[in-house]
Design a protein around this ligand. Structure first.
Ligand code: GTP
Length: 197
């Protein structure tokens, strides 16, 4: 496990910060059950926040030329993701639905899920996450339109704060034809049928 390339904080310092939080909560970080906890937490953070090491747009650079004639809607729905809210550093668990109307360039479909993860694995606000995914696809793939809908639950309001379970937040970002043409947008929304998930 290496330190993030952009960070000026070492792994040892990050582990010390975890020990401080444990002590602050009333724990003894030197008791046996907690000895390896700082190491585990830092490892988990490298996983949860690996998005800072990525340029998600890079996933969309390789396109399929053989399918250049395809000019209808492409939708990947129900992309599970895990993120963390930047307010409480609590998990955001949800699904993203991503569609685009190609203009010559078509990508490998898994790359849309990689773009979602690249932005989700950072500290986020759901509206920002939704917009970042849509704008990244628009700028890199230059399709005629992009639509992103995210349906997610925020642990900052289920396990703490207002303690409301079974609540999900839905956000959408429509760009290009998805914004301008009601029929394209309606077809996308019909395809994703978010209540069906
Ligand atoms: N719009 C939006 N709000 C979010 C998101 N994630 C967390 N929040 C909200 O951010 C707000 C932060 O409000 P504050 O009043 O500063 O924080 P707080 O005292 O912890 O608020 P409570 O959660 O109400 O206890 C809360 O209302 C959260 O529910 C998100 O992705 N989008």
């Amino acid at each position: 496990m290496s330190d993030p390339t952009h960070s000026d904080v070492t792994r040892e310092q990050a582990e010390d910060a975890v020990r401080v939080l444990l002590r602050w909560a009333g724990e003894d970080p030197s008791r046996e059950g907690l000895l390896d906890t700082p190491k585990r937490v830092v490892k988990a953070y490298r996983d949860w926040f690996s998005g800072y090491e990525e340029d998600p747009g890079e996933y969309l650079r390789r396109t399929f030329e053989e399918v250049e004639g395809y000019d209808e809607l492409v939708v990947l729905r129900g992309i599970e993701f895990e993120s963390h809210c930047e307010h409480h550093m609590a998990p955001i668990i949800g699904r993203a639905h991503v569609g685009y109307l190609p203009d010559k360039k078509v990508v490998g479909i898994s790359k849309l899920a990689r773009v979602v993860d690249g932005f989700a694995r950072r500290f986020q606000v759901q509206e920002k996450l939704t917009a970042q995914i849509a704008h990244c696809i628009l700028e890199t793939l230059q399709p005629r339109g992009v639509g992103v809908v995210i349906d997610a639950s925020h642990e900052c309001m289920t396990t703490r704060g207002v303690h409301k379970r079974g609540v999900s937040m839905v956000t959408s970002q429509m760009l290009g034809t998805f914004r301008e043409d009601a029929r394209t947008r309606a077809e996308f929304l019909r395809f994703i049928d978010i209540d069906g998930h």
